[in-house]
Design a protein around this ligand. Structure first.
Ligand SMILES: Cc1cc2nc3c(=O)[nH]c(=O)nc-3n(C[C@H](O)[C@H](O)[C@H](O)COP(=O)(O)OP(=O)(O)OC[C@H]3O[C@@H](n4cnc5c(N)ncnc54)[C@H](O)[C@@H]3O)c2cc1C
Ligand code: FES
Length: 352
């Protein structure tokens, strides 16, 4: 069963011209537990239809009193604009409990270097990780490389500057601005792979196994940061990546997918019951199952959150690229039905 909770908005803060932070009251009893880096799923009612959207928690557990998310307007975006324009103190919003694997488990005995690459609203989970490290891991240090258009578009600019004053020895704050204006203490331009080795020269170098890297931001910036870290020979297991939206399918993927899309009969086994129905060529498996009123788990509908994970036990499906499953999970038959289409007629999918 999905766990849904209603949270009360206690504050709405305008961070920049196109981003707001929504602060929710932490319930007195049964506090919402979460790990730095996780996201909250808001169930937003727009014109009688409930739409789900994930927003990373920028608050840090046992550091901040409220639970907070930051929403940046997306052009033509349904939910981001609705929240930006309407949400106010006193509102109540239904949420799913925090989820996500892009996490840092604070450990008071840990001694490590947490290196963060962020841009735009991608700062949100990184801000939670940054605060948790500074306040909950006294022997660890943090370096944040933070890309933005200009100084006005930097979310949490003042809060970061305050943290830099408070933790001057343990926080390295490096801004990368496309249009720095009069602000001289930054790199000019965008995050670029060839610059990553140069950026890293600016911060203390810790042993490979003591350094963890977290990347979150627009997909172009994330690719550059990841490729840049590879140029620096950072082993993959130390690089953590969070995507807010799936990379667009390549032309080849669109062609491959289009070649076999047909209406297909499938069977879904969920909570001891078996459901057989048709997946129309225009729908993915999850959409078709929800149309059949099956109560399956899901959040992002985009292959990014992993919450709809299930196993194919018969037949074949086509799964779009750019998802969060590991190669091992894919080898074991796991799929994300929100980005899958059946390729044969005898597909059977089982939920744990
Ligand atoms: C794990 C996770 C964490 C997230 N955390 C945050 C967060 O902290 N802050 C935040 O503002 N958003 C975050 N998002 C993105 C958020 O969930 C929504 O996707 C975003 O607010 C857009 O929703 P919308 O309804 O306004 O746009 P939609 O109506 O769904 O989309 C409108 C158009 O914008 C495009 N689009 C959708 N999302 C994005 C995006 N992120 N960037 C660029 N184009 C996009 C769509 O392809 C579409 O063309 C997160 C997403 C995930 C999966
Ligand atoms: S619903 Fe998020 S991965 Fe499928």
């Amino acid at each position: 069963m999905e766990k849904i909770k209603t949270l009360k908005v206690v504050d709405v803060i305008k961070e920049t011209s196109d981003a707001i932070s929504i602060h929710f009251k932490q319930p007195f009893f049964k506090k919402i537990k979460y790990t730095p880096g996780q996201f909250l799923t808001l169930l937003v009612n727009i014109d009688g239809k409930v739409i789900r959207r994930c927003y990373s928690l920028n608050s840090a557990p046992k550091v901040d009193q409220t639970i907070s998310v930051t929403v940046k307007r997306i052009k033509d975006g349904k939910v981001s604009n609705f929240l930006f324009d309407t949400v106010k103190k006193g509102d109540k919003i239904k949420v799913l409990y925090p989820m996500g694997e892009f996490t840092m488990e604070p450990d008071p005995n840990a001694k490590r270097h947490i290196v963060l690459f962020g841009a735009g609203s991608g700062i949100t989970p990184l801000f939670s990780i940054l605060k948790s490290t500074l306040y909950k891991e006294p022997k660890s240090i943090v370096s944040l490389f933070y890309g933005n258009r200009d100084i006005e578009s930097i979310i949490f600019n003042e809060l970061l500057a305050n943290l830099k004053s408070e933790f001057s020895e343990r926080l390295n704050l490096i801004h990368i601005l496309e249009k720095p204006g009069d602000f001289s203490d930054c790199y000019k331009g965008r995050v670029e792979r060839t610059q990553v080795p140069v950026y890293l020269e600016k911060v203390p170098k810790w042993a490979v196994e003591e350094t963890e890297y977290y990347i979150c931001g627009p997909s172009g910036m994330m690719n550059e940061a990841e490729e840049g870290l590879k140029l620096c020979n950072v082993p993959e297991q130390f690089i953590h990546i969070e995507r807010f939206s799936a990379p667009p399918p390549t032309a080849q993927e669109m062609q491959t997918q289009g070649a076999f899309l047909e209406n297909r009969e499938i069977e879904i086994k969920h909570k001891g019951a078996s459901h057989q129905f048709t997946v129309l060529a225009k729908s993915n498996i999850l959409e078709a199952a929800l149309d059949e009123k099956l109560k399956l788990p899901y959040v992002c509908m985009d292959g990014i959150c992993g919450s709809c994970k299930a196993k194919v036990t018969s037949g074949e499906v086509y799964m779009r690229k750019g998802h969060v499953l590991t190669p091992k999970e894919v080898d074991e038959g796991y799929i994300l039905p929100c980005i899958c289409n059946p390729v044969t007629n005898n597909v059977v999918i089982e939920y744990a």
